[in-house]
Design a protein around this ligand. Sequence first.
Ligand SMILES: Cc1cc2nc3c(=O)[nH]c(=O)nc-3n(C[C@H](O)[C@H](O)[C@H](O)COP(=O)(O)OP(=O)(O)OC[C@H]3O[C@@H](n4cnc5c(N)ncnc54)[C@H](O)[C@@H]3O)c2cc1C
Length: 308
Amino acid sequence: MQEIKERIKRCWPGEILWDCRLANFSTLRVGGPADALIQPGDKASMIRLIGRLHEERIPWHVIGRGSNIVVADRGVDGVVIVLGRAFSAIHELETSEGHCISVEAGCSLARLLHFCSVHSLSGLEFVTGIPGSVGGAIMMNAGAWGGEISQALLSVELLDNVGNIEKRSLHADDFCYRGWQRPHGKIVISGQFLLHHDQESAIRARCQRYARLRAAKQPKGVANAGSFFRNPPGDAAGRLIEQAGLKGLRVGDAEVSSVHANFLVNRGKANAEDLRKLMYLVQNQVENQFGVHLHPEVLFLGRWEEQQ
Ligand SMILES: Cc1cc2nc3c(=O)[nH]c(=O)nc-3n(C[C@H](O)[C@H](O)[C@H](O)COP(=O)(O)OP(=O)(O)OC[C@H]3O[C@@H](n4cnc5c(N)ncnc54)[C@H](O)[C@@H]3O)c2cc1C
């Protein structure tokens, strides 16, 4: 263990959080430690870091706001890179195509929405209340109320694992429901969005409407990762779980929310294994009753034990 830490130190001159509990970086509040956690503040330092980690053959993973991940209780090998607030610049771009902005991947969706409404830019209001970063939203093709991030996305800047940057143009049909041909082993550095002008008051009104809809449908004040399962084609995972009578089902402190059945929540002391066991129970019951297999929308990160 000491040896890997010495090698990590050689890769990064700045602050390193050692054996950092990832529960603190995940909205589900579960997960063991990463050997090291690093939060680069800009593109140049990120490029240097990735290049050095590659040379030292140290595994790394990138996360944003941790709102769509379940981290294993045994933690994660190597370095977890968090793209946070220091990596959240927004620039307006000159373009013939319309009103275009470039947004760094660590920018929160809330900050992006605030920028859009102040600058009278419309097209992303549907992300109101999604607690992720721009990088995470692009990787997940986050969406709500019929909108998806890909609809406004023109291009992304990607960093590969040897430190090269590529700008990739994208089209809505490159994406699918909560996904796309995710570039394996690459980091989203920024996304370029095409938006249109509207009045600030109209944009704010739409955001407020979406916030009210969300507040009425989703659990509040309890740790979760949003919808736990993808909706199967033509149906809703929440409807199937509720029809199966599973609202309120618990494993330890992990519970199927009684407000919205597609939310698996942490009532306080759940660990990642409790959540995984609850997930299997839900999958089995729904499959037995309706013949539908529910696939998780959340992503599992770290050192998991084999399924028993
Ligand atoms: C209360 C609540 C409500 C939610 N509602 C919705 C909703 O309505 N619609 C919806 O789609 N989602 C929803 N989510 C899920 C989640 O917020 C979104 O998927 C969000 O976009 C994830 O962003 P993140 O920064 O938290 O990503 P993370 O959870 O940190 O990461 C998600 C994945 O993206 C990868 N990743 C993150 N950043 C980068 C990057 N810069 N480069 C490469 N890979 C990266 C990570 O490795 C991981 O695989 C909700 C979650 C919560 C807690």
